[in-house]
Ligand binder design. Sequence first.
Ligand SMILES: Cc1cc2nc3c(=O)[nH]c(=O)nc-3n(C[C@H](O)[C@H](O)[C@H](O)COP(=O)(O)OP(=O)(O)OC[C@H]3O[C@@H](n4cnc5c(N)ncnc54)[C@H](O)[C@@H]3O)c2cc1C
Length: 481
Amino acid sequence: MADNYDVIIIGSGPGGYIAAIRAAQLGLKTAVVEREHLAGICSNWGCIPTKALLRSAEVMHLAEHAKNYGLKLEGSISPDLKAIVDRSRGIAQRMNGGVGFLMKKNKVDVIWGEAKLTKPGQIVVSKSSKKPMEPQAPLPKNTLGEGTYSAKHIIVATGARPRALPGIEPDGKLIWTYFEAMVPPEMPKSLLVMGSGAIGIEFASFYRTMGVDVTVVEVMPAVMPVEDAEISAFAKKQFDKQGMKIHLEAKVTKVEKGANSITAHVEMKDGKVEKITADRMISAVGVQGNIENIGLEALGVKTDRGCIVIDGYGKTNVPGVYAIGDVAGPPMLAHKAEHEAVICVEKIAGLPNVHPMDKLKIPGCTYCNPQVASVGLTEARAKAEGKDIRIGRFPFVANGKAIALGEDQGMVKTIFDKKTGQLLGAHLVGAEVTELIQGFVVAMNLETTEEELMHTIFPHPTISETMKESVLDAYGRALNA
Ligand SMILES: Cc1cc2nc3c(=O)[nH]c(=O)nc-3n(C[C@H](O)[C@H](O)[C@H](O)COP(=O)(O)OP(=O)(O)OC[C@H]3O[C@@H](n4cnc5c(N)ncnc54)[C@H](O)[C@@H]3O)c2cc1C
């Protein structure tokens, strides 16, 4: 049997590698096992490469509208798809090399291979069944290999993979998952996106800006259905203006494949079935936890709807076995994985005053155009919970910086408890709101009231002033509208 560790983490995504670093900081002898790519989905095939693609789309959009800013660009603007994809992949590779460096710097052992729990405190690492989809940055020099390893605490951070609907399974050629959508060999002329959650709508936004004829089919009554209904409706109007075709309360029931296209049978809201033909289709109907073949059943680790059941500190029902990140359930976001990692490891290390995860304070960001960001309760949920609320709204059209940037389409909506003035939720749509939301996240974490927010000075000119104005509006005191 190889080395004895305090903590072994299975999976090196944002959950796993952050857990490893925090454990090492706390003096725990730590190893992380990875079978495919250091840094996980987030850096390799998720958060970061998609943001690189969306940045190309943003620059393209600005270039196309250069004359609005008094600039003449000669000739037509067109995407160089290979260069766009190469830039995105280069960034992914840089991130993945960065995690290798961090493991070395923090003296965390990297074990390469596929891990399986064999009993509490023990894993067997065998040859990986997965090949990286592309060349990876070199692994740290002293990377370990196959064998049996033991640790007092084992953290499962195996992440998630695309969910598939029966009969509409992605084939990687005509029906893509996010993997293929991120590295298209050529630009499709038309694209059908099934599902308008964050992943689906970000790809819809990217491809639409690139000039692709995009149709989105969403089974729920709103795009980005987890968002506040008013914000979703605002975003949808912008997507409509951009020429995206969006069908809500509609369902893809069947897909026929042609030589180089698909025809989807879409059951519309009124029950009628429409056939929509497109060059390619993206299946973006969610993700499911990687819970299979890692020994959970044999150990009796409880799972529910494809995810491992944990308490607020990442503990499973089996002593010594923990889970964090996507495999431990929604919201499946990198920053949730990272925070769970820190909580879990600090609890293992016996630190005092470790706070359990409060899912209500996890922000959500979607980097479509316009961006959407939110934290806390939506208006509908606050009402469903029987809360007596006050609502403030402020539009970007009344904000000097937004107008100066040529980005006047957006709004901020804030929700307060009428009795206590506590900020219950904040919902934003528009330019750079994914950067702005953090102000409200800090406010909620500090259990800030409306008065404290009103006494906070926001710099001028910034789009962040819309945040304060929204708070003022909730109390009938907006100054610039
Ligand atoms: C297209 C896309 C865009 C996204 N954009 C965002 C975004 O903008 N913001 C955001 O917060 N989130 C985003 N996400 C979600 C984010 O990527 C995930 O929430 C995050 O990666 C979860 O981290 P994790 O550590 O739980 O798992 P992962 O990142 O999935 O890492 C798990 C790792 O475990 C490894 N592994 C699995 N099984 C084994 C095994 N048996 N042995 C050894 N290793 C194993 C895998 O190879 C993988 O590297 C996006 C996801 C996608 C797909």
